[in-house]
Design a protein around this ligand. Structure first.
Ligand SMILES: Cc1cc2nc3c(=O)[nH]c(=O)nc-3n(C[C@H](O)[C@H](O)[C@H](O)COP(=O)(O)OP(=O)(O)OC[C@H]3O[C@@H](n4cnc5c(N)ncnc54)[C@H](O)[C@@H]3O)c2cc1C
Length: 421
């Protein structure tokens, strides 16, 4: 029976361990935290959007970075199988808006509990509070892993140490160093699905205000890089919330020169909006502009809005000129913001960059540099939009890596059959 060491007990590591054990290997899962799946606990605001119930093509369209690399992994272990796996372990799931899948209890902890039970049943040895410090190489192969508690020999090692975001969950970038020490190229990590710092100060004065049904457009020069209708939030640094996080995936590097336009009334054309303002202003007479705007915008934004258009907030509506009204329409339909920088990696939902996928065989997740080294999860240079796609990438690449490692290390010739992977 082959001995497999899985490094990192996050989503990818749990999947890798389970599939390796089910394929007949003796598996040790090494996790330096005091518990498994610390990041899973905080996903989806504690509800865990664990996958997306969509087709393979729809899934790949949500992966901006190296989507084809994931084809085999997602075919091997697709979203529906993840859903079935959890249900089989007593964790029913529910499909919600945008085909986002959650545990029916809406408790992320139930996902980890179910997976932990499956790991126990499959006979996986779990070593918590164990940090892998280096991987030992002998004669062009890995011989095992060096931990703070001694050496663990292994026929194959699966690295699932995650990226660099939310380091308090354990993803401290260790795996990047381990992979680089073995000769792998590690592309510089950068934050995606992260808030955006704006050059303007005014968003800070609206901190905590969330806007629904607005359109956020990200441009470089005249080129539109991203445009979507949805929800966003003003913060102490600029903007966050679903639209800003998604926009961050499309941010050019460096971000300077990227601009944002916020359409506060996407349901109305400029002509319709102008007609509405004309009608309202003539009906309300001496009412102050900021008070009248409160019928169109949240109060805090309505109070600030005239100054964003270069108008006095207290101007009576019946004194507003046609030119001033057109200026109001222009800014309501395209409030400009400039991106200074994305927020730091530690605050990002996902890390972009990591182990270069060209050096990993997509049909097995095996390293092309070392015959008994495998990778899975966020430490690979793949990332996806929000909607459960990032966790599914971890489940699928983990499952494929675990299965392949078990099959390939039990085969002395080291060759996989098509049925294997
Ligand atoms: C706030 C937040 C919300 C999110 N919400 C969602 C969501 O709802 N849906 C979604 O699809 N994705 C979501 N994501 C992204 C998703 O959580 C990650 O992409 C996914 O968890 C990556 O899994 P992983 O196993 O590759 O890495 P991780 O979950 O980071 O696991 C890596 C593990 O390796 C361990 N480790 C690291 N180095 C060592 C070492 N040297 N020795 C031993 N152990 C080590 C770490 O302690 C950690 O447990 C969210 C992310 C964040 C930060």
């Amino acid at each position: 029976m082959s001995e497999i060491a899985v490094v990192g007990g996050g989503a990818a590591g749990m999947a890798a361990s389970l599939f390796a054990a089910r394929a007949g290997a003796s598996v040790t899962l090494l996790e330096h935290n005091e518990k498994l799946g610390k990041k899973v606990y905080i996903t989806g605001k504690g509800r865990c959007n664990l996958t997306n119930d969509c087709s393979l093509d729809e899934f790949l369209a949500q992966v901006p970075r190296n989507p084809r690399f994931l084809y085999s992994a997602l075919s091997f272990f697709p979203p529906r199988e993840m859903m079935a796996l959890l249900e089989s372990a007593g964790c029913p799931v529910t499909v919600q808006r945008g085909r986002r899948v959650f545990p029916a209890s809406e408790k992320a902890s139930d996902v980890t509990k179910a997976l932990s039970a499956l790991l126990r049943d499959a006979g996986v040895r779990i070593r918590l509070n164990t940090q892998v410090q280096s991987l030992r190489q002998e004669n062009g192969r890995l011989a095992g892993v060096e931990t703070g508690n001694g050496f663990l020999p292994a026929d194959a090692v699966i690295l699932c140490t995650g990226g660099l975001s939310y380091p308090s969950t354990g993803s401290t970038g260790d795996g990047y160093r381990l992979a680089a020490e073995l000769g792998h190229t590690v592309l510089p990590p950068s934050p995606v699905l992260v808030g955006l710092e704006t050059a303007e100060d005014w968003p800070r004065s609206l901190q905590g205000l969330s806007l629904k049904n607005v359109t956020l457009t990200l441009c470089r020069g005249k080129k539109v890089l991203y445009s979507e209708l949805g929800e966003m939030l003003f913060t102490h640094f600029g903007i966050s919330g679903p639209l800003a996080l998604e926009a961050s995936c499309h941010l050019p590097d460096p971000p300077q020169g990227a601009s944002l336009l916020l359409d506060l009334k996407p349901g109305l054309t400029p002509a319709q909006l102008d007609a509405r303002l004309l009608r309202d202003f003539s009906a309300t007479g001496k009412k102050q502009l900021k008070s009248e705007l409160a019928s169109l915008l949240p109060v805090r934004l309505a109070e600030l809005f005239p100054s964003l258009c270069g108008l006095p907030a207290a101007v009576p509506c019946n004194q507003i000129t046609g030119e001033q009204r057109r200026r109001l329409v222009e800014v309501l339909k395209g409030l400009p913001l400039s991106v200074r920088a994305p927020r730091p990696l530690a605050e990002a939902v996902v890390t972009r960059g990591g182990v270069q996928v060209r050096e990993v065989d997509p049909s097995s997740m095996r390293s092309k540099l070392l015959p008994n080294l495998y990778f899975a999860g966020e430490m690979l240079d793949v990332d996806a939009h929000t909607g459960g796609f990032n966790l599914q990438i971890a489940w699928s690449t983990g499952a494929l890596a675990g299965h392949s490692a078990a099959r390939l290390s039990s085969d002395p010739a080291g060759a996989a059959t098509k049925e294997d992977v």
